[in-house]
Design a protein around this ligand. Structure first.
Ligand code: SF4
Ligand code: SF4
Length: 485
């Protein structure tokens, strides 16, 4: 009788879990799971594991088992803890409350997403009564940490309301026991020492836009009353100096800046990043243009395809990493937030890449007249004449009613990745999020259609770039630092 060959110890119980997500990329397989773990497999190992033939001895099996990919080696407590940490936002109400203090603006930016009105449109200024009512509404959220973000138009055009709201919110938050954070998004063109002093003394974090070198910035951000780029750099420096010196009486935050990538930016990644580094900015938030608001009308001139952005993004990250190796401290913000999820199993507070997304349950936008929208993007659709994303009004509707109305619910359902056929099987699902407003504006449905959705294409490009960078030897330590800040 023929003797059986000596058995190699394999994993006869079936190998990987059925819900493991995978993607073939560059000759390897990327495996991910809902806890947020990832692993790379060679083609032969992928074939072995899917057939339940992967030898139980050896480092690959140990790695996959420790990451929750092997069916009979699951550490449920560890996996559940990681999932819970990554999805902690599901336990809170909306934390971000965007107050549109006015639609007026002295800039005419090509891509303006905030639906800005001319300087004469004073009827779009939020009254202090509306602002106070908005603060009361925001404080009804069960979230213990509440951020009030002042936006516009240019919010400094409604300085009186801004000042009054800050004073009111500070008092009210104290009586409600909430941890209040205040933030301002401004183009700085109306900043002066008195306003700056008030903002600093009230611990308001400050963010502006910087689109790159002077010619590029001023081409995108048209300011007939002066030099937008010059004002931006002047006040960035001012707040940076204050941050470096700090104050014995209050905390001074580092100022931040946002980069909106238009078609004009695509060939200039080095100059843009150099401009940020020269300006002493340690974060660059590279944001793709979305065909919403004014940008939609000008899409043929300033828009681009997802693949063009992916090339720009990859080149930008490569260049930033090169600068990091030369000792320059700078990181890209989208990458940092995604890496926080991928490496630290952490929720970085990126509302547009959550499941479900932050619409109403993570953020609310308060229009100048007290109308409530799921988010600022939903408000922009409203400004274009379609109030689908309006969820109430601070004078008429109670918090509970707003949170449980049909629009809030449908945004939650449509941005649930499990209910999105393409996302449910996508290897990037544990870190990604879809946008019902974008889907509606570009594809005519809140659910959209991911295989032909440009935002999905953009995110795929970002994840491909990040995982490719993580795989390259020498990058891991730097990327870990980006995620760890
Ligand atoms: S949006 Fe696209 S990249 Fe994100 S999970 Fe869905 S299919 Fe994947
Ligand atoms: S609808 Fe879109 S813009 Fe609004 S919170 Fe969700 S992902 Fe963000």
């Amino acid at each position: 009788m023929a003797q059986k060959p000596a058995a190699r110890k394999t994993n006869p119980s079936g190998g990987v879990l059925p819900q493991v997500l995978w993607k073939k990329t560059g000759g390897s397989y990327l495996l991910t799971n809902d806890a947020g773990h990832y692993a790379w497999l060679k083609e032969k190992d992928f074939a072995a594991i899917t057939a339940g033939r992967l030898a139980e001895t050896g480092p690959l099996f140990a790695e996959l088992a420790s990451k929750g990919f092997i069916r009979d080696r699951l550490d449920f407590n560890d996996l559940a803890a990681k999932w819970k940490k990554k999805n902690a936002y599901l336990n809170y109400g909306p934390g971000l409350h965007i107050l549109v203090l006015t639609l007026r603006c002295n800039h005419k930016c090509l891509y303006c997403q905030s639906a800005a009105a001319g300087l004469g449109a004073a009827y779009t200024d939020m009254s202090l009564a509306t602002a106070r009512k908005s603060v009361d509404f925001a404080l009804n959220s069960p979230a213990m940490g509440i951020t009030l973000e002042f936006q516009g138009g240019e919010p400094l055009l409604n300085w009186k309301a801004l000042k009054g709201t800050v004073e009111y919110a500070r008092k009210k938050a104290k009586t409600r026991g909430k941890d209040l954070k205040l933030a301002l998004v401004s183009n700085f063109s109306l900043m002066d020492a008195e306003k700056a002093g008030f903002l600093l003394a009230n611990e308001i974090s400050i963010c502006t836009s910087l689109d790159g070198p002077k010619d590029l910035h001023n081409k995108n951000r048209i300011f007939t009353g002066g030099n937008s780029h010059g004002e931006t750099l002047k006040w960035l420096k001012y707040f940076q100096k204050k941050h470096a010196a700090q104050s014995p009486d209050y905390r001074v935050f580092k100022p931040g800046a946002l980069l909106t990538v238009s078609k004009y930016s695509l060939s200039r990644h080095r100059e843009i990043i150099d401009e940020y580094a020269r300006a002493g900015l340690e974060d660059i938030f590279i944001r793709p243009l979305a065909p919403i608001g004014y940008a939609r009308n000008l899409w043929d001139t300033i828009g681009y395809e997802a693949k063009d952005f992916a090339v720009f993004y990859l080149k930008s990250l490569d260049y930033i990493l090169k600068l990091n190796r030369q000792g320059v401290v700078i990181r890209e913000k989208t990458a940092a937030m995604m890496l926080d999820k991928i490496i630290n199993f952490q929720d970085p507070g990126y509302l547009d890449a959550r499941c479900p997304c932050g619409a109403a349950i993570g953020q609310i936008a308060y229009n100048y007249n007290g109308d409530l929208y799921t988010c600022d993007e939903g408000r922009m659709v409203g400004w274009a004449g379609d109030d689908l994303f309006k969820i109430g009004n601070v004078f008429r509707d109670a918090y509970k009613k707003v949170m449980s109305n049909g629009v809030t619910r449908v945004c939650v359902v449509s941005s649930n990745l499990e209910a999105q056929p393409a996302c449910a099987r996508c290897a990037y699902k544990p870190y990604c999020g879809v946008c019902p407003v974008y889907n509606y504006a570009t594809q005519g449905s809140l659910w959209g259609n991911m295989p032909s959705n440009d935002r999905c294409g953009l995110f795929k490009g970002i994840f491909e770039t990040l995982f490719a960078l993580l795989k390259k030897p020498g990058n891991a330590a730097i990327l870990k630092r980006w995620a760890g800040k």
